[in-house]
Design a protein around this ligand. Structure first.
Ligand SMILES: Nc1ncnc2c1ncn2[C@@H]1O[C@H](COP(=O)(O)OP(=O)(O)O)[C@@H](O)[C@H]1O
Ligand SMILES: N[C@@H](CCC(=O)OP(=O)(O)O)C(=O)O
Length: 272
């Protein structure tokens, strides 16, 4: 089996329980699947959201605060809880968790991105699981990634990943938001992401997430044009990430057209 370098992004909506706190059962299930992928011999980098959402309850917020200092304070509390959760769950599988909190400057400035890449490669070499998030409590307005979808795409480009998996609370990209339009159809495969698709997609997300499907599509385009195939969707159980890699995931794949069979080539943009 060919060893692959895979970035997995987990959104807040897939980590939070009904009452708004961090759900250790959901986190543990993701970890089981990440470990399974790693045990297949792949290099796995996790980009996890959830810091702001995880910190709300302890700070007495009833919902996501609208002020920057409110979100930054929630992230300062929640990031600790998030990493504690990953460290404990990974330890059960004898895997060490490594926290990397990045700002946009760390990716934009070559000198800093070189260091970030070198650190990530060293962690992978040592068989450690990097757990990346934006450094929310110090990020400056206007210089944030905006959401972790773009962060995961930029990390994928930085480490020349073979695959980016964006896990969320919905099983793929639909032509319209399926929460408001239950008849909306899903794209199973896309071979490009034209402007019209980005423009037509809503940035309305779950109560705890940021950017909705629009930010995922924009992030997917960034990764895809740099040569990284992307999956956006959901799944359950230990096999879900292995299944996604095998092309059996429940979601939308953004990938190159398959090699044409000689004399039997049908073009498809993936956009119906
Ligand atoms: N065209 C669309 N296809 C699928 N989901 C969409 C679409 N438009 C909006 N959404 C919404 O995007 C949400 C996922 O985004 P978000 O809440 O930011 O997730 P996450 O926390 O995983 O980043 C879904 O729950 C869905 O309601
Ligand atoms: N860095 C923030 C990420 C916010 C965000 O992008 O959330 P999501 O849309 O759920 O990926 C946090 O950890 O809460």
């Amino acid at each position: 089996m060919e060893k692959k370098r895979i970035v997995v992004k987990i959104g807040s909506s897939s980590l939070i329980n009904g009452e708004g706190g961090l759900c250790m059962m959901k986190l543990g299930e993701h970890v089981g699947a990440l470990v399974r992928l790693k045990k297949c011999g792949h290099e796995v980098i996790l980009v996890s959201s959830g810091a702001v959402a995880a910190g709300l309850t302890d700070l007495g917020y009833l919902s996501r605060p609208s002020t920057i200092e409110g979100k930054q304070a929630a992230a300062a509390v929640g990031q600790g809880l998030l990493l504690q959760g990953y460290t404990e769950e990974l330890k059960k599988h004898n895997i060490v968790a490594a926290q990397m909190l990045l700002t946009k400057q760390n990716i934009l400035y070559q000198e800093q991105s070189k260091n970030a890449k070198a650190t990530l490669c060293e962690l992978l070499k040592r068989d450690v699981m990097p757990v990346i998030n934006e450094n929310d409590s110090v990020s400056i307005e206007g210089l944030t990634f905006g959401d972790n979808d773009m962060l995961s795409a930029l990390v994928s480009c930085l480490v020349q990943a073979d695959f980016l998996m964006i896990l969320t609370d919905i099983n793929g990209i639909y032509k319209d938001n399926p929460r408001t339009n239950p008849d909306a159809q899903r794209y199973d495969v896309l071979h490009n992401i034209p402007d019209e698709l980005v423009n037509a997609t809503s940035s309305e997300g779950s109560l705890v997430g940021t950017g909705g499907m629009k930010s995922k599509i924009e992030a997917a385009r960034t990764a895809f044009v740099s040569g990284v195939p992307v999956f956006i969707g959901s799944g359950h159980g230990d096999e879900k990430l292995v299944d996604i890699l095998a092309g059996k995931g429940d979601g939308t794949y953004i990938e190159n057209l398959p090699e044409p069979a000689v004399g039997n080539f049908k073009t498809a943009s993936g956009l119906q």
